[in-house]
Design a protein around this ligand. Structure first.
Ligand SMILES: [Zn+2]
Ligand SMILES: [Zn+2]
Length: 359
């Protein structure tokens, strides 16, 4: 089969690998769509994990082989995969901290080599401990929609960390695919969202997904034209209180500082994009101690939200189709990663579609 192998930092090669052979408790899935995720991009660009690996963990496809001990799945079923599933039984899991569970940290899907998701390949092997995370895709939904379950789950998990009452004002900084999902999910929850981004097309989309106000960073523009600055806009719409919460969905340190200033006392600032170890920035610690502002983070998915996520996506209450702007065949995975790493005004979620030539 064809697979895109990470051989060194910034070195992805199309190679021929054996189709994975499965054991009695496993599934073999032919990959139809796999989303390009920023966490994989960082591993590829900075070479933070040893090669060789086949990345890609936002995967959907068709079951082509079912191990003899597997119950509940059949050849031909269209499924979305989850590469991490917690044990639900350890110290971390009993405290609902699934992303800190030792089993959760293991990757249960591979196209060969050290398991790393494997979605940038024609076939993946799905191991027994991640079978509870396999979700069937309804007939009316696409593989690409199935591939979006994992990122949507990470956003829903994070959004649930915010203590909000209906009508609370939430600043969502950055309207890439993740920021747009926050905007939509928070709007569905009754929050009044201020969406910011550098790119006007993204702000327009944020407005259609439910943002109450938009603000173009860098230039004074958008629907908030009457305000001279983002601080003035926040001041005006919250009658001087400050935002109830802010989500930092862009990996820029000055945005963290700005958000800490813009939330009210006892408000929350949620970090979602700061996934690079060793990154440091100055924080006015009195904003945490005296002003009681919470600086919190969220990483990865919550397995127990999977049904709710599937309902949101497949019912199109959160219509992820608007977020997918580019599709690449498997051979062009390196191009797909490059585009996702340097977003353009019109680019949002980028998909690799290994099955594209076959259907
Ligand atoms: Zn991801
Ligand atoms: Zn556990």
């Amino acid at each position: 089969m064809r697979a895109v192998v990470y051989r060194a930092a910034n070195d992805l090669r199309v190679e021929t690998l054996p189709v994975p052979s499965i054991r009695a408790g496993e599934l073999l899935v032919r990959v139809a769509a796999c989303g390009v995720c920023p966490t994989d991009i960082k591993k590829i660009q900075y070479g933070t994990v040893p090669p060789p690996r086949v990345f890609g963990h936002e995967t959907a496809g068709t079951i082509v082989q079912v191990g003899r001990d597997v119950r509940g799945f059949a050849v031909g079923e269209r499924v979305a995969l989850h590469h991490h599933v917690p044990c639900l039984d350890c110290h971390a899991c009993r405290r609902h901290a699934y992303a800190q569970c030792a089993q959760y940290k293991k990757t249960g899907i591979t196209a060969g080599f050290e398991p790393a998701g494997g979605g940038y390949a024609e076939y993946v092997r799905v191991m027994p401990f991640v079978l509870p995370g396999v979700v069937k895709i309804p007939a009316r939904n696409s593989f690409a929609e199935g591939a979006m379950l994992e990122p949507v789950n990470t956003v829903l998990k994070a959004a649930r960390r915010l203590r909000l009452l209906p009508g609370d004002v939430v600043l969502v900084a950055g309207q890439g695919p993740i920021g747009l999902m926050f905007t939509r999910l928070l709007a569905l929850r009754g929050a009044a969202v201020i969406a910011t981004d550098l790119f006007q097309p993204r702000l327009k989309l944020a407005g259609s997904l439910g943002a109450r106000w938009t603000w173009q960073a860098g230039e004074a523009d958008g629907t908030a034209r009457v305000a001279a600055s983002l601080a003035e806009l926040v001041h005006r719409v919250t009658r001087g209180r400050g935002a109830d919460a802010a989500v930092v969905a862009v990996p820029l340190d000055p945005v963290v500082t700005e958000c800490l200033q813009l939330v009210r006392g006892a408000g929350q600032v949620l970090l979602f994009s700061h996934t690079r170890r060793g990154a440091e920035t100055a924080v006015d610690l009195a904003s945490v101690c005296v002003d009681e502002k919470d600086l919190i983070g969220s990483y990865s998915a919550d397995y127990t939200l999977q049904r709710q996520v599937a309902r949101l996506v497949f019912s199109r209450q959160l219509d992820v189709r608007a977020l997918i702007t580019h599709r690449f065949p498997l051979e062009k995975t390196a191009e797909a990663v490059a585009l996702a790493a340097r977003p353009q005004p019109d680019s949002l979620k980028v998909m690799v579609e290994p099955g594209a030539l076959e259907c």
